[in-house]
Design a protein around this ligand. Structure first.
Ligand SMILES: Nc1nc2c(ncn2[C@@H]2O[C@H](COP(=O)(O)OP(=O)(O)O)[C@@H](O)[C@H]2O)c(=O)[nH]1
Ligand SMILES: [Mg+2]
Length: 329
């Protein structure tokens, strides 16, 4: 049966797509639901809208919770993941934020320009990744609240200054300072041991200023010292060397997958992926969307890498980046 949607519905849908504020989006979704004629032909569309509404409500609720914590500088997570940029003074953290996002970071040749965290959204393909710029860390200084921000981030990017004569000293000072705050920078994220409270943070090293003449020497030293421990990547934020590859590198390091949901007989929504940890199963994806979804889940049909089109899969099926999923409840 055709849905026969009235023109007001399409007008509202257009406003929905253009709206940026989650509260506004939610209002429009309710409006769309009200306008839509309720009959067999719109069953799937109704379910789709209900799902979008519940997901958005959940997101808004989550934001409120975080805001209520009241920490002076707590950066609310936004987008697919949060990546914090840390490092010694003048390494180019603010320049990286400025080059990858629309944020107006203050870049300056003197240290301590950045006194507060500042964030911006880095577009990558169809998602946005949040970058957080922070004040410098050195042997003798670190803002105490920075520890909370690092602990909370999904990924730590340690920015290293390839143009500095003191690159190695500056870099090891960051590791040491963080250990005073019970933060260890590591290859993989680890659980916090309740006995020692140490946070093991998944970290990548971004070696910046590859345009400078010390690059060759310093990059070799850096690799020799750290390549067994942490993933390394060089770039020049200022001269825009390797920036596109950097976005991919950050995305890959986050180990997240994007899956797209569809309802039977309709196309997938490729604009609004569900973000999951790599290795997540179908059941975990369902939980991420809505607890009712997970409770009633029978099976799903999946399209994409490693499956044939519409392959029927069970709850323990591991989803891959780009998979299209049709849940059957
Ligand atoms: N040559 C060069 N200079 C850079 C690069 N990135 C940043 N800088 C310079 O390094 C200085 C410190 O940069 P900034 O982003 O403020 O460093 P932060 O203290 O880590 O935030 C500024 O003078 C920048 O112009 C780069 O890729 N190459
Ligand atoms: Mg700065």
């Amino acid at each position: 049966m055709p849905a026969n949607l009235p023109p007001q519905y399409f007008e509202a849908e257009k406003r929905y797509r253009e709206a940026k504020d989650p509260q506004q989006k939610l209002k429009i979704l309710h409006e769309m639901f009200a306008i839509m004629p309720k009959h067999k032909g719109t069953d799937k569309l109704q379910a789709d809208l209900k799902y979008k509404i519940s997901k958005l409500k959940k997101q808004i609720q989550q934001k409120k919770k975080i805001a209520r914590r009241g920490d002076q500088y707590f950066v609310e997570k936004e987008g697919a993941a949060q990546v914090v940029l840390i490092g010694s003074p003048n390494a180019g953290k603010s320049q990286i934020l400025a080059s990858l996002t629309n944020a107006k970071a203050e870049v300056a040749a003197y240290p301590y320009t950045t006194a507060k965290p500042l964030c911006g959204m880095m577009p990558f393909e169809n998602i946005q990744i949040q970058l957080v710029d922070t004040p410098p860390i050195g042997a003798e200084f670190m803002e105490p609240w920075l520890a909370g921000i690092i602990r909370n981030a999904d990924l730590v990017s340690l920015v290293v200054d390839l143009g500095s004569e003191k690159m190695m000293e500056e870099t090891s000072a960051v590791f040491k300072k963080l250990e005073e705050y019970k933060i260890v920078l590591e290859l993989e994220e680890g659980d916090i041991n309740p006995l020692d409270g140490i946070a093991h943070k998944k970290t990548i090293i971004l070696a910046n200023k590859s345009d400078l003449s010390l690059f060759g020497t310093n990059w070799e030293i850096l690799k020799r010292t750290y390549q067994e421990k942490l993933p390394l990547f060089y770039l020049s934020a200022k001269e825009k060397i390797n920036l596109e590859k950097l976005k991919r590198f950050i995305f890959d390091s986050l180990k997240i997958v994007r899956v797209y949901t569809k309802t039977p007989g309709r196309k997938a929504d490729f604009e609004d992926p569900v973000i999951l940890k790599a290795g997540s199963t179908l059941l975990e994806a369902a939980k991420e969307i809505h607890k009712d979804f997970a409770r009633g889940l029978k099976y799903a049909r999946v399209w994409g890498e490693g499956v044939f089109d519409g392959q029927k899969v069970q709850k323990d099926f591991v989803l891959k980046d780009g998979h299209v999923v049709e849940f059957h409840i």
